[in-house]
Design a binder for this molecule. Structure first.
Ligand SMILES: [Zn+2]
Length: 107
C-alpha cells in the first residue's frame, strides 16, 4: 500500500494560495476624518421653525434644501439652519412665497 501523501500536500498548497488571494482582494479601508459634520436630522422636518421650507437633499444626506429660496444648504447643522431662517434673503423669500402661494405641509 503506498500512501498518497504527495496528492495530499499538493491539495493543501493550492488551498492556502487561494486563501491569500481572497485576503488581498479586499479594498483598503479609508479612514474618515472625525468632523462635526452631521447628517440631516428628520426631527428638523417636524420643527415649526424649519418644516415649511426645509427639505432633505435626496442626493446628499449631509445637505438640505430650502424650498422657498431654491437653495441647497451644504453641511447642515442646527445653527446653520437657524442662521439661514433668519437671513434677510430667506425671510423675504418666505414672506413673498407665503403671500402668493399657500405653502403646503406636504399633504
Ligand atoms: Zn431659505
Amino acid at each position: 500500500m503506498e500512501p498518497d501523501s504527495i496528492a495530499g500536500v499538493g491539495y493543501k498548497v493550492e488551498s492556502s494560495v487561494s486563501d491569500v488571494e481572497q485576503g488581498s482582494s479586499s479594498p483598503p479601508l479609508k479612514k474618515a476624518k472625525a468632523w462635526y459634520k452631521q447628517p440631516f436630522n428628520p426631527d428638523w422636518e417636524r420643527n415649526d421653525d424649519f418644516r415649511l421650507w426645509l427639505r432633505p437633499d435626496p442626493a446628499d444626506k449631509y445637505a438640505a434644501k430650502c424650498i422657498v429660496c431654491s437653495t441647497r444648504l451644504a453641511n447642515v447643522n442646527k445653527s446653520a439652519l437657524v442662521k439661514h431662517a433668519n437671513s434677510a434673503k430667506h425671510v423675504r423669500n418666505y414672506e413673498t412665497r407665503k403671500s402668493t402661494v399657500h405653502i403646503s405641509d406636504g399633504k
